[in-house]
Design a protein around this ligand. Structure first.
Ligand SMILES: Nc1nc2c(ncn2[C@@H]2O[C@H](COP(=O)(O)OP(=O)(O)OP(=O)(O)O)[C@@H](O)[C@H]2O)c(=O)[nH]1
Ligand SMILES: [Mg+2]
Length: 420
């Protein structure tokens, strides 16, 4: 079935469904896009933000199933524990079934360790903005064929597993970040809370987020998606904020399996077990179902907002008339008026040309009339002269006077010369 757009009275095209009589071939378009994307490979940048010691670096290793960070040697008790001290960006090329993914992870140092944490959001916001700036700078280059996208496509925000509510520092951070990056809140180290505590904590976090009008990332829902995908997306959305557990090491379960998890005297928490935590759902959202959505939202909404604000601040203005909404009826009336004015102008011009031509013709006629008159007068005068001459001759002949001798000789001579 196909739809054909037909003009409608109110200007909007009306679609009518048509049956195709043969195979056209555009059903293969998704495969073309697929092949092209696989050839180009994928690129994704993810940032982790949260207080120190909440397991950000551990989660990154767990998430991508690769040790982006070398396994730390267990430090002696007197040595300081490993802490991220500066914003670090790590890239890794990973491949799965022939599909390449360039994964960039931005690990940020934990905050909250200082007496005054007022400006701890600043370096993180600056990092996100400098990535936007780098992209904007590339877009403004003459040659834009090789754009490198290092913008942050998702930011996992770690909430301390207090079981109470969001703290002022969390709210401040999220408010600073939510217009610049796709925020995905998670409850860190959720193995320290019971299932009931997690449920009520999640609800309180969501209430706080709504109360403070913080925009966390919500996956869009499309009408034309199949039921399975919609159900899967709803399942993911229901789990936000994800209660996660991170672990780098594999351990043996009592039933003899080897899993990624954390072992406790009372049992094992499995990272990849959906019954134990939401880690699988977070990974599914980031990688399997929403990576492209996160990238698109970053580009079309977050980056676009940053870009237009920046250009306005630089004094670049938008010509709104270019984008004004068009009312088809008004547009037609305007076009008709323009057309009529054009016709009237053409008519006037033609009239002028006609009048000019007529005047020229009249002038010519008048001239030739005058010429005729003058010729006529001349001829009349000549005839009159001739008549007078003849009358004079007649009078002389009648009176018996001969013609003047000179005249006679003249005539003779003439006759002679003619004969010769
Ligand atoms: N109980 C529990 N411990 C965790 C979890 N994830 C990480 N840890 C432990 O928490 C400690 C700190 O983890 P890191 O990943 O270094 O924390 P971080 O957030 O990167 O810390 P900074 O780099 O200082 O900001 C380590 O001993 C981890 O083994 C978790 O899900 N549950
Ligand atoms: Mg760290």
């Amino acid at each position: 079935m196909a739809q054909v757009a037909q003009p409608h009275a109110n200007g909007a095209p009306q679609l009518s469904r048509k049956k195709l009589t043969g195979y056209v071939g555009f059903a293969n378009l998704p495969n073309q896009v697929h092949r092209k994307s696989v050839r180009k490979g994928f690129n994704f940048t993810c940032m982790v933000v949260g207080e120190s010691g909440l397991g950000k670096s551990t989660l990154i290793n767990t998430l991508f199933n690769t040790t982006l960070y070398p396994r730390k040697e267990v430090p002696p008790p007197q040595a300081e524990r490993h802490r991220t001290v500066a914003i670090e960006s790590i890239s890794a090329d990973i491949e799965e079934n022939g599909v390449r993914l360039r994964l960039n992870v931005v690990d940020t140092p934990g905050f909250g360790d200082f007496v005054n944490n007022d400006n701890s959001w600043k370096p993180i916001v600056e990092n996100i903005e400098s990535r936007f700036d780098a992209y904007l700078e590339q877009e403004n280059r003459v040659n834009r064929s090789k754009l490198v996208d290092n913008r942050v496509h998702a930011c996992i925000y770690f909430v301390q597993p207090t079981g109470h509510a969001l703290r002022p520092i969390d709210i401040e951070f999220m408010r600073r970040l939510h217009q610049k990056v796709n925020l995905i809140p998670v409850i860190a180290k959720s193995d320290t809370l019971t299932d009931e505590e997690i449920l009520s904590f999640k609800q309180r976090i969501l209430n706080d987020i709504a109360h403070h009008q913080i925009d966390i990332y919500h996956a869009p829902v499309y009408d034309n998606e199949d039921e399975e995908t919609i159900a899967e997306n709803e399942e993911i959305a229901r789990k936000i904020p994800f209660a996660i557990v991170g672990a780098n090491s594999e351990i043996d379960t009592p039933d003899g399996r080897r899993v990624r998890g954390r072992g406790y005297p009372w049992g094992v928490i499995e990272v990849d077990n959906e019954e134990h935590c939401d880690f699988v759902k977070l990974r599914q959202m980031l990688i399997r179902t929403h990576m492209e959505e996160l990238k698109e939202h970053t580009h079309t909404v977050l980056y676009e907002k940053y870009r237009s604000e920046k250009l306005v601040a630089m004094g670049v203005t938008q010509d709104h008339s270019v984008f004004k909404e068009v009312n088809p009826a008004a547009k037609m009336a305007e076009e008709r008026a323009l057309h009529e004015a054009k016709l009237a102008k053409m008519e006037n011009e033609m009239k002028l040309v006609f009048q000019q031509k007529v005047a020229e013709k009249e002038a010519k006629l008048k001239q030739s009339e005058e010429e005729l008159y003058s010729r006529h007068r001349e001829m009349r005068e000549a005839l009159e002269k001739q008549r007078l001459d003849l009358e004079d001759k007649k009078r002389r002949l009648e009176s018996g006077r001969p013609l003047t001798p000179e005249k006679a000789s003249q005539t003779k001579k003439k006759g002679f010369s003619l004969r010769n």
